[in-house]
Design a protein around this ligand. Structure first.
Ligand code: CA
Length: 540
């Protein structure tokens, strides 16, 4: 054996030894940034000011103005699958969370994170980061106060947690509200609003973390603007009569602004109004509909104000230059219409003070207060997702396209930039791993880990071009593949559709019949991915 080969083998052996110790090891020294990952819940592509909205989001707009906006960033189409993919860097089914919180007793569908994935918090904590989370977890089916808690945030790498283990629910009295490892109830009968509680706790965590010289990872998972339509009256009042023009005019207005801002290409036509929705002028309950959208806007407004407070704290502690902030939504606007027959853990029968809750979208009851439990419905969700079609649950652009803002003054120095490079929530883990200057661990707690499926976004932050392979989606039988400019997509149980995303991102001109070979190639790539990613044929 030559000396050179010997050195190489020794280095390889040393690397394997380190890589298999179950801990992410620093591969190089040097300053490492703090990372704040902020996610909204059920928010459409056009719902932020900096993406064409009339909703007041000055704080997020400021991050966009000083940072970078992605125009083609994707989530996984629904709460649990996106959260699983975001926090692990794997496709949802690879983590056991291919659907929601039900256990279908199939590896991809356990409703519970498995042992062959690691969370960003687990990986960064092992690398010397402080790790904190505020907000919605939604990654385990065990949501009772006594657990089991092995998949609660503190057992999955977070040192501090304030939020809800379960998904959506009342903003005035959240179900499964937890501090660290124990259920808490909102303490007193005074003012409480979940979005504000998340923001204030996140700002506190920043303040506490700044006392240490270790960098921090903070994950802020708002439930806003997911239903129910709950907002402080004062904020909703800011939007009074703002939606008197109705959903048709709102869609056109947003579309125009998105073209002016360079968010969408003027070649892509605005999709037609959802066929289930009446033209606005024929809608009999205009007052009620307006208030639905006013409250929805207020929910985003309050979240934006909270992000402003978190950023103010980051500035106060002098950490702004060396903190990467990323903002996104977990899925597109949600068209679910809440019926009075709905039942579920997240739906309270009474308010915190004991008054009955009126459940369901009823045009005779104005939404907003704690006594109501409504959603903004199809017409407004259609407007949220301007100019795309379909919604949360589906993997057409309306379901999976999200705003994504990256703000990092120390590195992203040319503010206000937009990028057309394609990104996906699975890219966030590799991004964090690169920034923490570590290698992704080969195993954790004695379990061999599935290697991350995404690629680091850092080159894009630095203004470089990044090569990526194909991206895949499956949710409730809805399937998609993105490969370069091509997207193959189907709405369960329908056939494949093929779109050229450069000329037709609103998915209006199906080219499947024109390019059968492309359909064949991409669908076989999908089948291969499905097989190795625990995806199974969807059955209701
Ligand atoms: Ca969601």
């Amino acid at each position: 054996m030559s000396k050179r080969t010997g050195c190489f083998l020794a280095a390889l052996a040393a690397w394997l030894l380190v890589a298999d110790r179950g801990e992410a090891q620093p591969a190089a020294r040097g300053p490492r940034p703090n990372i704040i990952l902020i996610m909204a819940d059920d928010m459409g592509f056009s719902d932020l000011g900096c993406y064409g909205s009339e909703i007041l989001t000055p704080n997020l707009d400021k991050l966009a103005k000083g940072g970078l906006r992605f125009l083609q960033f994707y989530n996984a189409g629904r709460c649990c699958p996106t959260r699983a993919a975001l926090i692990t860097g794997l496709y949802p089914h690879q983590t056991g969370v291919g659907h929601m919180m039900n256990d279908y007793r199939r590896p991809g569908y356990r409703g519970n994170l498995n042992n062959t994935c690691a969370t960003i918090a687990e990986v960064l904590k092992a690398a010397g980061y402080q790790t904190m989370m505020c907000g919605k977890w939604h990654l385990t089916r065990f949501v009772a106060p006594e657990g089991p808690k092995y998949n609660w945030p503190l057992q999955r790498g977070f040192e501090r947690f304030y939020g809800t283990i379960h998904g959506g629910g009342s903003y005035f009295d959240p179900v499964t509200l937890t501090r660290d490892n124990h259920f808490v109830r909102r303490q007193q009968m005074g003012e409480y609003y979940y979005t504000d509680a998340i923001s204030d706790r996140a700002a506190e965590y920043v303040e506490q973390a700044a006392r240490s010289n270790k960098p921090f990872f903070l994950y802020v998972a708002y439930t806003a603007p997911h239903w129910p339509l709950h907002a402080p009256t004062g904020v909703a009042r800011r939007y009074r009569a703002k939606y008197a023009m109705g959903w048709d005019a709102l869609r056109e207005e947003r579309h125009r602004r998105m073209i002016t801002l360079g968010i969408v290409d003027r070649r892509w036509p605005l999709t037609p109004r959802d066929s289930r929705v009446k033209p606005w002028e024929q809608e009999p309950y205009k007052q009620w509909h307006q208030q639905r959208m006013e409250v929805y806007a207020a929910q985003i407004d309050v979240m934006d104000q909270g992000i402003g407070r978190i950023m103010e704290k980051v500035r106060q502690v002098g950490a702004e230059r060396n903190t990467l902030v990323m903002f996104l939504a977990d899925n597109g606007g949600c068209a679910e219409e809440i019926g009075s027959h709905w039942k579920g853990l997240h739906i309270p029968e009474r308010t915190f003070a004991g008054r009955p809750v009126q459940l369901g979208n009823n045009p005779n009851i104005m939404p907003g207060p704690e006594e109501t439990y409504q959603s903004y419905g199809i017409g407004w969700a259609n407007a949220s997702n301007t100019p795309f079609r379909l919604y949360k649950h589906w993997v057409h652009e309306g379901g999976i396209a999200t705003p994504f803002i990256a703000y990092w003054p120390g590195v992203i120095t040319e503010g206000g930039r937009r990028t057309n490079q394609v990104g996906h929530v699975i890219d966030v883990m590799p991004t964090c791993v690169e920034l923490a200057k570590i290698r992704y661990p080969a195993s954790l707690g004695g379990y061999k880990l599935t290697p991350p499926a995404g690629r680091s976004l850092v080159p894009i932050f630095r203004g470089q071009t990044r090569q990526i392979g194909q991206l895949f989606w499956e949710h409730e039988g809805n399937r998609a593949v993105r490969s370069g400019k091509w997207k193959l997509v189907s709405k369960y149980p329908g056939p494949w559709e093929l779109y050229d995303m450069e000329t037709d991102r609103t998915e209006m001109n199906n080219l499947a019949e024109k390019f059968p070979v492309m359909v064949e190639g991409l669908s076989s790539a999908y089948e291969n991915w499905a097989k190795q990613a625990n995806v199974e044929q969807w059955r209701k």
